[in-house]
Design a protein around this ligand. Structure first.
Ligand code: ADP
Ligand code: MG
Length: 340
């Protein structure tokens, strides 16, 4: 689980709020096509409109320097939330402020302070080497030469991309390209970074590399980072606080640890027996899930797991005993299934 070493929160100042969101709602109007040919024709003349409620009245704050994860099933509203925060979408209603700006006004000073990286989109020019995009970004963001050189060098070192800067982007692997995307997004040293599924499609080695980098960038520059991910490894390894979004609503906002204590009511004890015993006796201790000599698996309430373990060790011939907690991935899946 998350501990001091791997937690992504670096020296946050709770008084300094970088993101304030109050009662944010975002609806999309979509046209529903009716079935069949006559339906298609009818839709053409009197289209049936439907409102998709992507975000329903959500509120949260994020402190400067926080590294926070938005998690939730597909279609929950995570990308929509990031798009509103980064100024790509207007909200339908509600209050949004990021570093004292209203994102959708897209003020130059605002755009110079933020960056958005989407795992499935690219800002690099495919037919050119990445270094050309970087130089273009230097001009767009008006980065002074000395700063540009310094930032570029730091990013090249951190992301180990020195050898691929001059290669045509389309010839690179996804992992290589994603690292270059990050360089492009961070050259202007944004204070706030929005990462939408930054590890999607990457192999495990590339995922870990990406996570190491995000963690280090947050630590080094006290950047506020909001990431969305399907990948529980990202969440467990990087973020201490998570906002769980489900169906446009905030389902949970708090420390990852609390999500576990709130939703995990049981622990699993696996016992390895060193001799024959009456299995029935285990039923007085917990719910017996599996018996396959010499292994017995039982489930006990979370709070009594320690007492139950002690009792087992005393009353049975035991060669080994392990106590396990449900994995975060499975907790979250269970939580989501519950709300379906
Ligand atoms: N441009 C759009 N037009 C219509 N509906 C959209 C648009 N973008 C997103 N949606 C809908 O809004 C909901 C939230 O989508 P999204 O924010 O992409 O979810 P997530 O990123 O959590 O998977 C979904 O029902 C999706 O279909
Ligand atoms: Mg998304």
């Amino acid at each position: 689980m998350v501990d001091g070493k791997t937690s992504g929160v670096y020296n946050t100042n709770q008084n300094e709020r970088t993101v304030i969101v109050k009662q944010l709602t975002k609806n999309f109007e979509v046209i529903e096509k009716e079935k069949g040919l006559t339906g298609s024709i009818r839709s053409l003349f009197s289209p049936a409109k439907k409102t998709v409620k992507a975000l329903k009245n959500i509120s949260f704050n994020i402190a400067k320097g926080e590294l926070i994860g938005f998690i939730g099933p597909n279609g929950a509203g995570k990308t929509t939330a990031l798009k509103v925060l980064s100024g790509l979408l207007y909200p339908t209603s509600g209050f949004v402020q990021v570093i004292n700006f209203q994102p959708w006004e897209k003020k130059r000073e605002y755009l110079k302070k933020i960056s958005m990286v989407m795992g499935q989109k690219t800002q690099l020019w495919w037919d050119l080497p990445a270094i050309d995009t970087f130089e273009l970004n230097q001009k767009i963001y008006e980065i002074p030469d000395t700063e540009y050189e310094k930032n570029l060098k730091e990013l090249i070192d951190l992301l180990e991309v020195g050898s691929i800067l001059k290669r045509q982007v389309r010839t690179l692997s996804l992992g290589q390209r994603m690292r270059l995307e990050l360089v492009a997004a961070l050259l202007h040293r944004p204070e706030v970074l929005f990462l939408d599924e930054p590890t999607i499609g990457l192999d495990v080695v590339a995922q870990q590399r990406m996570r190491d980098f995000i963690y280090e960038y947050n630590r080094r520059h006290k950047a506020t980072i909001i990431l969305t991910s399907h990948n529980m490894d990202d969440v467990v390894n990087l973020t201490r606080r998570v906002i769980v979004i489900d169906n446009g609503e905030i389902f949970f906002d708090g420390p990852l640890r609390k999500l576990v204590t709130d939703y995990v009511k049981e622990k699993t004890i696996t016992v390895n027996l060193s001799g024959q015993t009456d299995i029935k006796d285990f039923e007085t201790i917990g719910q017996v899930k599996k018996v396959k000599f010499p292994e017995v698996v039982l489930v006990v309430p979370r709070e009594t797991a320690a007492v139950a373990s002690a009792e087992i060790l005393q009353s049975f011939p035991v060669s080994d005993l392990t106590v396990e907690e449900e994995k975060l991935e499975s907790i979250i899946q269970r939580v989501f299934r519950r709300s379906e």
